[in-house]
Design a binder for this molecule. Structure first.
Ligand code: KG4
Ligand code: ZN
Length: 374
């Protein structure tokens, strides 16, 4: 059995995990920085780096303790090389390199996006399911909205027999979908991060007609590309042009300042019109994500569709994909909600693939904030 210690620090989560043979999660610890970045309405890079420095040692210790292991029991160390915030990445990389050097264990550099793909495999292994390749993978989070074609590198072997091959087939031209959720929540006085609360509010809007209709976003030259900044601006203009929203937004902002940011506390401060607006926003995001992913899946004739990243936790996105997969000839896979958002189990799982293929990093490994997945 190969036990890999995964380390993730690309954005605002300091995470460590131990995964056996790329499929069994022995431990997974995530220290979130949401409380630190909340008052800024987004991740502040300098604060993120400082917090990673504080958290990295205790988080790795906790991951080992939960797995019942000592550092010397680890077979390899997998660490996120990029993409992400350079200062944040450097904390994990420096620590991972130091551990690997001191212990004399192999170091594996992992692309964060490959990690998100492997989060889906981890979940499938856990459910006893087989993810057939080729697949289309939608990675949709606060930092990314991108579509990949994922193929087995080893045409004779099982899905994970060789290094997977990735081909980027679509991406956002501007904001990531999660970023749009966060910005819309901020302008509506609903706090940070925006995704989870907008998801729940949208589900509670019943019967009231949307106060505005958002059409499909422009596809530009590639129909598999996304664009969310126009949608965010449309919400902003709608709210500005209708003064009746101002009072309730102010009331919610005051509640947030008093620390009342729970769903149950904010829901009574939302008018039916606001709930309908949120629903219309979410309908537009989900429709766009699902339509383009389905188009890619049909065009490429894949066996599976994988959906990963923080926004993959969205309940409407999940149910819409499930409804739309019927009679399509491919299966849609999601990670659990815990594996959808940033974590280190997915990094350890992705590292195992490279470990088996003998692809290792060395002391020269550096952070690559714009690392491409190919
Ligand atoms: O993957 P993640 O933890 O971090 C990165 O951005 O890499 O994703 C966080 C993003 C945030 O933008 C958050 O608002 C969004 O995922 N998110 C959601 C939901 N839960 C988290 N968006 C929509 N619906 C949700 N249920
Ligand atoms: Zn991520």
């Amino acid at each position: 059995m190969t036990r890999i210690l995964g380390i993730e620090s690309s954005c605002d989560e300091t995470a460590a995990a131990v995964v056996a043979d790329g499929r069994e999660i022995l431990s997974s610890v995530v220290a979130s920085q949401i409380d630190i970045h909340r008052k800024f309405g987004g991740v502040v890079p300098e604060l993120a780096s400082r917090e990673h420095l504080r958290q990295i040692v205790p988080v790795v210790r906790e991951a080992l303790a939960q797995a019942g292991m000592k550092l010397s029991d680890v077979d390899a160390i997998g660490v996120t090389q990029g993409p992400g915030l350079v200062g944040a990445l450097l904390v994990g990389i420096t620590y991972g390199k130091t551990l690997a050097g001191a212990l004399g264990k192999p170091l594996v550099a992992v692309n964060h996006l490959a990690g998100h793909v492997h989060a889906v495999f981890l979940e499938a292994f856990r459910a006893g399911k087989d993810v057939k390749l080729p697949a289309v993978c939608l990675i949709v989070s606060g930092g990314h909205t991108v579509l990949y074609e994922v193929k087995s590198g080893d045409s004779n072997g099982p899905a994970l027999g060789g290094l997977l091959r990735y081909r980027k087939i679509g991406q956002t031209r501007d904001d990531a979908a999660g970023e749009a959720y966060d910005k819309v929540a901020k302008l509506l006085g609903l706090g940070y991060p925006g995704g989870p609360i907008l998801d729940r509010l949208a589900a509670l809007s019943n019967g009231v007609a949307p106060p505005v209709k958002f059409g499909p976003t422009k596809t530009r030259s590639n129909p598999l590309d996304f664009s969310f900044s126009g949608l965010k601006t449309a919400v902003l203009y709608h709210v500005r042009e209708h003064p009746e929203y101002a009072a309730e937004i102010r009331t919610r902002e005051e509640a947030l300042q008093r620390g009342e940011r729970k769903f149950e506390q904010l829901l009574p401060l939302c008018s039916p019109q606001t709930l309908a607006l949120v629903r219309e926003f979410q309908n537009a995001v989900v429709r766009d994500l699902v339509d383009r992913t389905m188009l890619a899946a049909e065009e490429l004739g894949v066996a599976s569709v994988l959906v990963s990243g923080g926004v993959a936790a969205n309940s409407q996105l999940r149910t819409t994909f499930e409804e739309r997969e019927k009679n399509k000839g491919f299966e849609v896979f999601f990670p659990s909600r815990a594996l959808s958002t940033d974590n280190a189990a997915m990094i350890a799982a992705a590292a195992y693939e490279k470990f088996r293929a003998g692809v290792f990093g060395d002391a020269s490994l550096n952070a690559d904030p714009g690392l491409i997945l190919a």
